[in-house]
Design a protein around this ligand. Structure first.
Ligand code: MLT
Length: 253
């Protein structure tokens, strides 16, 4: 019912304001599909043409970036990436800075993996071949604030996205992330309005990784979202939408 109402809303706004709205391209994280951004897709439809990139097919972060760029709206667009989507967004900034009018990095990092993180990824890929459900079960407490462990809708959504994508996508995405390059030395070259946002309790990409990006990106702002873990877009959608709305207001059309 909510989805149906939102669709009507999106269609209505698209007819009324279709010429003046900027394009906003959203990039999901590990084992996420477009549903991870559902609150933003609906909530920002009155101020942007929102679409969600597919990061499930390519085998490298550079390949994901190239694939999204080849399917992106013609011309320039604002770009927001969540976690793995943030790694891809930073790669897109390297590949096609002239097409990106604004950059939002949410619950992510510019750094490459530590050796331990990389080993953990390969171990998870190995386990997922025989125990995919268990691997997904173990991801959830790392992604969410403990207060959200009992949120049945949220936990079911994470399971549903993961199960629809499956073990092969998990393996591809983990290998791609393990091999990603260090984006930190490129941050000072970013020239578009930039927002860096992080759940206060994000245990996967903690606040310090966001603070150091803000220190490097000229003019970037930092928003720390209370009562949220790593999945701020789902855990605190209203606060995230408010931050994204303010950022979009400063992005050139
Ligand atoms: C994600 O949510 O995309 C991943 O947890 C990021 C990562 O594992 O580095």
């Amino acid at each position: 019912m909510i989805c149906a109402l939102n669709n009507v809303f999106i269609n209505k706004v698209a007819v009324v304001n279709s010429h003046s709205l900027p394009h906003l391209l959203l990039l999901p994280g590990l084992l996420h599909d477009a549903r991870v951004w559902q609150h933003q897709t609906a909530g920002l439809a009155n101020i942007a043409h929102v679409s969600v990139g597919d990061l499930t097919k390519a085998t490298s972060i550079a390949g994901m970036a190239a694939s999204v760029l080849s399917r992106a709206p013609a011309g320039a667009f604002a770009l927001a990436g969540l976690s793995m989507g943030g790694y891809v967004a930073l790669e897109m900034m390297r590949q096609a800075p002239e097409r990106i009018t604004g950059l939002a990095l949410l619950d992510t990092s510019a750094r490459t993996d530590t050796p331990t993180t990389r080993e953990n990824r390969y171990a998870a890929v190995q386990s997922a071949q025989t125990h995919f459900q268990q691997v997904v079960d173990e991801l959830i407490p790392k992604q969410l604030l403990p207060a959200h462990f009992d949120d049945v809708w949220l936990v079911n959504l994470i399971h549903s996205m993961a199960n629809d994508l499956g073990e092969q996508v998990f393996s591809r995405q983990q290998h791609a992330m393990a091999k990603r390059i260090n984006s930190f030395p490129f941050l000072h070259l970013i020239r578009c309005p930039s927002l860096v946002l992080c759940g206060r309790e994000d245990g996967i990409t903690p606040i310090g990784l966001h603070q150091e990006m803000v220190n490097e990106i000229p003019g970037a702002g930092l928003i720390i979202v209370n009562d949220s873990g790593h999945l701020s877009v789902l855990e605190q959608p209203l606060r995230v939408n408010e931050a994204l709305s303010q950022w979009l207001a400063g992005v050139a059309r």
